[in-house]
Design a protein around this ligand. Structure first.
Ligand SMILES: Cc1cc2nc3c(=O)[nH]c(=O)nc-3n(C[C@H](O)[C@H](O)[C@H](O)COP(=O)(O)OP(=O)(O)OC[C@H]3O[C@@H](n4cnc5c(N)ncnc54)[C@H](O)[C@@H]3O)c2cc1C
Length: 335
C-alpha cells in the first residue's frame, strides 16, 4: 500500500480527490477510477504536483482534455493530474512597430500547456498571426497537441510543431525543468520525442508571422472546421482517429487509390465499418473512428482495435499502430 498523505498535504486535501472516475474526463467517456486526482489550475500548480509525485516516487500521468486516450477499465493506480493551466500572451514582436501594428513582421506567443488548442487558434487569428489557424476546433490542450504533433492537412505541413520556438519541459527522470527548442522534439507525423522520454510540457512559445489578410485566415480556418464536420462523426463519444496513417511505402505496395495513406481506407476495405463489440462500434461514417455508442468499456474498444490490427496483418501484411495513448493497465494489446 502506498502512502498518499504527502500528496494530499502538499496539494491540499480538498483539491485531491480519491477514486475519481476518469470516464468523466475523456472524450471516449471511458475509464475506471484514478486512485488520486488533482486539477492543476496554473503552471505553478502543475509543476508542484509533478515535483511532489516525482520526489515521493508516486506514479503519475498528466491528462489534457482526454481527446486522444483510452483509459483502462481498472483506472489508474496513482496520481492523475488534469491540466487546466491556461493562459496565452504575446511575448515578443519583431518589425517596425507603429500605433496600428501594421509594421509587425512576426510575434512570439506564450501558452500554458493546459490552454486549449482551439483557444490558441482563435487568439492568433484575432491577432492576425498565421500558422496555427488549422487548430480551430481540434480538441485538446497544447501539451497533448505537442506530444502527438497535432495537425490538420498533413500535405500542407499543418503541424503544431512547425511554429514551436521553445518549450519548458518537466523531466520525469531528474525532476528538473528545462527549456528546449523545436529541434529537440524531432517532430514528425504523429510524433515528437516526448513520446519516448515521457517529459511533460509546462509552457510553449510559438513564433508566428503576421498575415497580410486576417479575414482570409478566418475563412481558411472556418473551411477546415466545415470539412472536419463533414468528414468526422459528430456528437458521439470517441477519441478521434484511433490509428496513425500508414507509411507511403505501404500505400505504394498496396496500390491504394491515389496512394492514400488513410488508415480509415484500410479498415473500410477490410469490411470492418459498423462492426460492434459490446457498446463500441467502428464508425460507418469514418472507419478510423471507434465510437462509444452504448456504455462501451475500454476492453470493448480494445477488442475492436485488436481486430483491425489482426485483419490488416493477415490481409495486407500491414502493422497498424495506434494514434491514441493508453493509460492504466491493459492486457492483450496486440502488437
Ligand atoms: C473528435 C476528435 C477529432 C480530432 N481531430 C484531430 C485533428 O484534426 N488533428 C489532430 O491532430 N488530432 C485530432 N484529434 C486528436 C486530439 O485532438 C489530439 O491528439 C490532441 O492533441 C489531444 O490533446 P489532449 O490534451 O486531449 O491530450 P490527452 O488525450 O489528454 O493526452 C494525450 C497524451 O498526451 C499526454 N499529455 C497530455 N498533456 C501533456 C503535457 N502537458 N505534456 C506531456 N504530455 C501530455 C497524455 O499523458 C497522453 O499520453 C481529434 C480528437 C477527437 C476526439
Amino acid at each position: 500500500m502506498r502512502d498518499y498523505t504527502v500528496i494530499k498535504n502538499t496539494l491540499g486535501t480538498l483539491r485531491v480527490h480519491e477514486n475519481e472516475p476518469l470516464s468523466k474526463h475523456t472524450y471516449f467517456r471511458i475509464g475506471g477510477p484514478a486512485k488520486l486526482f488533482f486539477e492543476a489550475k496554473s503552471t505553478e500548480d502543475l509543476k508542484l504536483a509533478l515535483t511532489c509525485a516525482f520526489e515521493n516516487k508516486i506514479p503519475f500521468v498528466v491528462l489534457g482534455l482526454g481527446a486522444n486516450v483510452l483509459v483502462s477499465d481498472k483506472g489508474y493506480d496513482g496520481l492523475v493530474i488534469k491540466n487546466h493551466a491556461e493562459g496565452i500572451k504575446l511575448v515578443g514582436l519583431k518589425g517596425t512597430i507603429n500605433k496600428t501594428g501594421r509594421g509587425i513582421k512576426n510575434a512570439s506567443v506564450l501558452a500554458a500547456s493546459g490552454t486549449l488548442m482551439n483557444q490558441l487558434a482563435r487568439f492568433t487569428i484575432d491577432q492576425g498571426l498565421e500558422g496555427l489557424h488549422f487548430l480551430l476546433s481540434v480538441p485538446g490542450t497544447i501539451g497533448g497537441g505537442i506530444k502527438i504533433n497535432a495537425h490538420f492537412e498533413v500535405e500542407k505541413g499543418e503541424f503544431i510543431g512547425n511554429c514551436l520556438l521553445t518549450a519548458a519541459l518537466f523531466d520525469v527522470n531528474s525532476g528538473i525543468v528545462k527549456t528546449v527548442d523545436q529541434d529537440y522534439f524531432k517532430f514528425g507525423y504523429d510524433y515528437s520525442k516526448i513520446q519516448e522520454t515521457g517529459e511533460i510540457v509546462l509552457e510553449a512559445v510559438f513564433r508566428l508571422d503576421r498575415t497580410v489578410d486576417p479575414q482570409k485566415l478566418w475563412q481558411m480556418a472556418m473551411d477546415n472546421v466545415k470539412r472536419r464536420n463533414e468528414e468526422q462523426p459528430m456528437g458521439i463519444a470517441c477519441s478521434g482517429c484511433v490509428f496513425r496513417n500508414i507509411a507511403d511505402s505501404d500505400a505504394k505496395r498496396l496500390a491504394t487509390p491515389n496512394l492514400t495513406t488513410s488508415s480509415g481506407y484500410i479498415i473500410e476495405s477490410l469490411g470492418l465499418k459498423g462492426v460492434k463489440q459490446g457498446g463500441a462500434e467502428i464508425s460507418t461514417h469514418h472507419a478510423n473512428f471507434i465510437l462509444n455508442t452504448a456504455g462501451a468499456s475500454a476492453s470493448d474498444v480494445l477488442k475492436l482495435i485488436n481486430l483491425a490490427k489482426q485483419k490488416a496483418k493477415e490481409t495486407y501484411s500491414l502493422n497498424l499502430s495506434e494514434e491514441i495513448f493508453y493509460i492504466g493497465d491493459f492486457e492483450n494489446i496486440r502488437e
